[in-house]
Design a protein around this ligand. Structure first.
Ligand code: FPP
Length: 234
């Protein structure tokens, strides 16, 4: 498989089912998140190998703070470890965080900022981690930024275009998301990449995220290569 074979330029993944995967094994939900972090590593490595340019992973939504403190704390530890690994492999991928970083513990937030800074010149492979991210929140943020420009007189309301909005999104310049995979049998967007998914193709699988590996990724990508994308045309 390579990009000549019509692979998505920008792949989005909603990594769902960690908790149920663990429960089925009589284990705590956090065991599922640990296994989910392993799945993430192998799937991201394979995306890089295949030449997919952008991979966006839904790691933590604005709503996930409502989970029990113990679960949130384990997720923060997993993020922390992942950031350390990414920092140690800086030549490999650009890392961008989608979402409001200010809500994270200071230590984590400064690692996130440093990693973004240190990896910003890598342009062949970008991992976008949606953390404390919500699609509506992203649009509210964009509206505020544009309104502030209008108040300053830097833009007039009739100059506001789709491009004006796209430029204020966390994912810019990767605006379109070509393909979105969601695991665990759920079939909804859950506030992920709302603007960017306007023309996305979707792939839903019953496989729980910790069981989603290279084989399952290839199956999903094979399916994408057979889809005909018309973007509203015929
Ligand atoms: C959804 O499963 C998963 C999450 C809310 C967290 C995703 C996190 C990881 C894959 C772990 C590591 C991430 C990084 C970036 C290292 P769920 O808990 O909602 O599962 P359920 O629907 O079965 O309850």
């Amino acid at each position: 498989m390579d990009n000549q074979n019509n692979l998505p330029l920008h792949l989005g993944i909603i990594m769902d089912g960690n908790g149920r995967w663990a429960k089925k094994r009589g284990m705590p939900r956090t065991f599922g998140h640990k296994a989910g972090a392993e799945a993430l590593r192998s799937v991201v490595d394979e995306c890089r190998r295949l030449g997919i340019r952008y991979v966006t992973l839904y790691a933590f939504s604005t709503e996930n703070w409502k989970r029990p403190a113990e679960e949130v704390s384990v997720l923060m530890d997993l993020f922390d470890r992942y950031l350390d690994e990414a920092a140690a492999r800086l030549d490999k991928s650009r890392i961008v965080f989608l979402g409001d970083k200010s809500a994270f513990p200071d230590r984590l937030r400064s690692k996130m900022e440093q990693l973004e800074l240190d990896s910003r010149d890598i342009d062949d492979f970008t991992i976008m981690l949606a953390m404390n991210y919500g699609g509506r929140d992203e649009l509210v943020r964009a509206a505020r930024a544009i309104a502030a420009k209008a108040v300053r007189g830097d833009i007039s309301p009739d100059e506001i275009s789709e491009d004006t909005i796209a430029r204020e999104l966390y994912t810019y310049p990767a605006v379109e998301c070509d393909y979105i995979i969601r695991t665990s049998g759920e079939q909804r967007l859950s506030n992920f990449l709302m603007w960017q998914s306007a023309y996305s193709e979707f792939y839903f699988t019953d496989v729980m995220w910790p069981d989603f590996g290279v084989k399952q990724l290839h199956e999903a990508l094979d399916e994408y290569t057979h889809r005909k994308r018309r973007f509203g045309g015929i």
